[in-house]
Design a binder for this molecule. Structure first.
Ligand code: G3P
Ligand code: CA
Length: 293
């Protein structure tokens, strides 16, 4: 009995000591270590292969990266394609093939024109001939690789109706069944309006809002989004804890995926903040830093 009382008192004292740890302690305020965060390959494996191409997700797959991120936009004739910038200039040879078409906006080119572009040579000659994939081609490769997808609807203000069209492609490719919805698909955007549309059209789809909204506004977003995906430099333990305190439309705490982390020390820092995922161009570096699977 005496020993039991001593044990209880000691536990209480240790708890109080932990509570009183000074704020300059390295771990003070950090969240207790849970499972390692998910590691998500930004634009595929963007440090090692041309971003947002099939080669990039194949590279991620070869590295054992199960989650990849992409960016979806729309051509002049309504095809959804996977590319980050709203212009084709940086990541293709569009200037050479179509010199008179400045500023080479994705929305001003047809799918057939974009299919002619080389989206690999800018990154390395070994990738010459790599194409800008359509979303359909991309989904088939993700499926083929048994990967999971963080799909970003990019610049939705330029493409009215892109949410419904994206969901149509996902449905056609079998990605709106229970198995994919449960653990293989998250739709993200910087646009809360776009995510609200996705949620209204397909309430079972998990969504995440890019950015760092005010904690005071989180309750509004929690009505239609399951996560907040902020830039790593904008967050703290307090912010992550505040996000986790809200439940999303599927009854689970909001998640936090931080981007774009390519540095081991930064990856470890955001892990201490308690993030659920780390979006990275260098999955090998982050995985080693976090001892993630
Ligand atoms: O997934 C996060 C990140 O992709 C958001 O920024 O510009 O790379 O699309 P960006
Ligand atoms: Ca993106």
């Amino acid at each position: 009995m005496y020993a039991r009382v001593v044990a209880v008192v000691c536990t209480a004292l240790l708890g109080a000591a932990a509570f009183l740890l000074p704020h300059n302690d390295a771990r003070a305020g950090d969240v207790a270590k849970g499972p390692a965060p998910l590691v998500i390959g930004h634009r595929g494996a963007a440090a090692y292969a041309p971003e947002n191409t099939l080669a990039s997700i194949d590279k991620a797959a070869a590295m054992g990266v199960s989650w990849v991120e992409n960016d979806v936009q729309r051509t002049k004739d309504g095809e959804l394609v996977v590319i980050h910038d709203d212009s084709l200039r940086r990541t293709t040879n569009v200037k050479q093939l179509f010199p008179g078409r400045s500023p080479w906006k994705v929305k001003d080119f047809t799918a057939a024109e974009i299919a002619r572009l080389d989206a690999g040579s800018w990154f390395g000659h070994q990738y010459a001939g790599t194409r800008v994939p359509t979303l359909t081609q991309y989904m088939r490769e993700v499926e083929h690789n048994h990967q999971k997808l963080l799909l970003e609807i990019k610049n939705p203000q330029l493409y009215p109706g892109i949410e419904r069209e994206t969901l149509k492609v996902l449905g056609n490719e079998g990605w709106l069944d229970r198995r994919h919805l449960a653990g293989r698909l998250i739709v993200q955007s910087f646009s809360a309006d776009s995510l609200r549309i996705v949620h209204d059209l397909a309430p079972a789809v998990r969504t995440a809002l890019l950015g760092t909204p005010l904690v005071a506004d989180l309750h509004q977003y929690a009505a239609f989004t399951d996560g907040i995906n902020p830039s790593y430099g904008t967050i703290s333990t307090g912010y992550v804890t505040s996000v986790h305190a809200f439940k999303g439309p599927h009854g689970r705490p909001l998640t936090v995926f931080a981007w774009t982390v390519d540095d081991a020390a930064v990856a470890q820092r955001v892990e201490r903040y308690g993030v659920d995922g780390v979006i990275t161009n260098k999955a090998d570096v982050v995985r080693a830093a976090l001892q993630a699977p």
